[in-house]
Design a protein around this ligand. Structure first.
Ligand SMILES: C[S@@+](CC[C@H](N)C(=O)[O-])C[C@H]1O[C@@H](n2cnc3c(N)ncnc32)[C@H](O)[C@@H]1O
Ligand code: SF4
Length: 423
């Protein structure tokens, strides 16, 4: 498999939708159950593999964060009233990014106070907050520790210094470990970390060391992702010019197998394609919610919503997002309404990440058997050894996990076949 084939493996964080078809107004059905996503689009620098919607560097100032929070809260106030009117039940909230923990301590406190007061959080199961090691201070973990049912998730990626530096992560190994300790000492009840394997230069021993270090730190949750190399990222350019060496597919297979095996031996259970936990209480319900293709409403720049059969993407440019909301335009983006076929393909695409994806779930949502509607697709993926499918459930195989990006494009009919080089 050459470099361009490996690129096709990368998953997308958003489904491919043709926004611009609808106004971007999110509609909420009465008595529905929803999740909330809040996007904090700021980072000190951009990691070389990252394609998230963020701003970095000198443009990240206290004032711009204040302006952004003001707009964000205006958008949320508007929709909180609608959600209340429709008696929507809010079950999970994720504050993601970007780097939510880059906000000042006072700003973080203000954001939590606002969210908890503005939305009806009486049925809330969790609030997940994503954080970057060097931005998580004692003052901030104190704020977080006072929030009921909060789960902190910290991006660590690896405990190999050279591999970390190779992809432009600006934190040290001791920053990563001490941040976890800081959060645990502050009595945050659920602390998770993200690890990436297959970074340029990484070996099976690195994955083993990462998993053992994480296990020793005693975290409650772990995301173990392969490195997805997206086109035109700095990591992609460095690989192109030979400054970094890409991990081959066989290497990814071996590293993932070693990591998975050790995690299970260390007491973790895998509950999605990429997520592990030490107990059910620490599962990230927000991710599960999306994988079950339930409705969620996203707030902030470039946030995505999936409500009432429609996908909406908010304005992607920070200045324009702030200006639009300031000017009274609370729906800053646009959307696309799914046909029933698109809706079912969307559900199947996300559902495959679940472990297991129960056929009963698809039947419950759409009143039909996924094997009857998409039998041909499922047979094809089974024949390639990318999924297993029986009377009860569908599961990605290890190769299926690594080739999820291609599988998703195949299911949404962007490609007619999984490229043969990847078999
Ligand atoms: C919003 S970030 C987490 C918080 C914080 N921004 C950080 O990076 O430490 C979400 C996670 O996505 C994962 N991620 C981002 N880009 C990725 C890529 N190209 N391949 C694999 N994982 C990626 C990383 O593990 C990262 O921790
Ligand atoms: S800190 Fe996180 S969100 Fe920011 S650039 Fe790095 S991976 Fe992306």
């Amino acid at each position: 498999m050459d470099t361009s084939d490996l690129k096709k493996l990368s998953v997308r964080y958003h489904p491919s939708v043709e926004v611009g078809m609808t106004s971007g107004v999110r509609t909420c059905r009465p008595d529905s159950r929803v999740a909330i996503y809040i996007h904090i689009p700021f980072c000190a620098t951009r990691c070389h593999f990252c394609t998230f919607a963020i701003v970095t560097g000198k443009s990240v100032t206290h004032d711009i964060m204040e302006d952004y929070l003001e707009a964000l809260m205006k958008e949320m106030t508007h929709y909180a009233a609608i959600l209340k009117e429709q008696r929507a039940r809010i079950e999970t909230i994720q504050i993601g990014g970007g780097t939510p923990t880059i906000l000042g301590t006072g700003q973080l406190q203000h954001l939590f106070d606002f969210v908890l007061e503005t939305f009806d959080c009486s049925q809330l199961e969790e609030i997940i907050v994503e954080g970057f090691p060097t931005t998580i201070t004692k003052d901030k973990v104190d704020v977080l520790s006072r929030i009921d049912r909060l789960k902190l998730n910290i991006g660590i990626q690896t405990f190999n210094e050279a591999n970390l530096a190779g992809v432009g992560r600006r934190h040290s190994l001791s920053d990563a470990a001490s941040t976890v300790k800081l959060a645990q000492d502050a009595n945050i009840k659920s602390v998770g970390v993200d690890i990436i394997f297959g970074l340029p230069g990484s070996t099976i021993d690195d994955v083993i060391n990462d998993v053992n270090t994480i296990s020793t730190l005693g975290v409650d949750h772990l995301a173990l992702y392969p490195l997805w190399v997206y086109e035109s990222t700095a990591v992609d350019r460095k690989i192109q010019r030979g400054a970094l060496v890409r991990t081959r597919f066989e290497g990814l297979q071996q590293q993932m197998a070693a990591g998975q095996e050790l995690l299970v031996a260390n007491g973790f259970e895998r509950y999605t394609a990429f997520h592990y936990t030490t107990s059910d209480a620490h599962k990230h319900q927000y991710g599960l919610w999306q994988m079950r293709a339930r409705e969620w409403i996203g707030f902030g720049m470039a946030a995505m919503s999936y409500m009432n059969g429609e996908v909406v993407l908010n304005e992607k440019v920070l200045g324009r997002y702030i200006e639009k909301v300031r000017g009274g335009l609370l729906d800053t983006g646009s959307g696309q309404r799914f046909t029933s076929d698109e809706e079912m393909r969307f559900a199947l695409q996300y559902g495959l990440r679940l472990r297991p994806y129960l056929l009963a779930q698809f039947r419950e949502s759409f009143g039909c058997d996924v094997r009857e509607v998409y039998g041909q697709e499922l047979q094809y993926l089974s024949a390639l050894g990318l999924i297993t499918c029986d009377e009860r459930q569908i599961d990605l195989t290890p190769d299926g996990i690594l080739k999820l990006g291609s599988i998703e494009k195949y299911i949404t009919r962007e490609i007619a076949a999984i490229p043969s080089e990847q078999h």
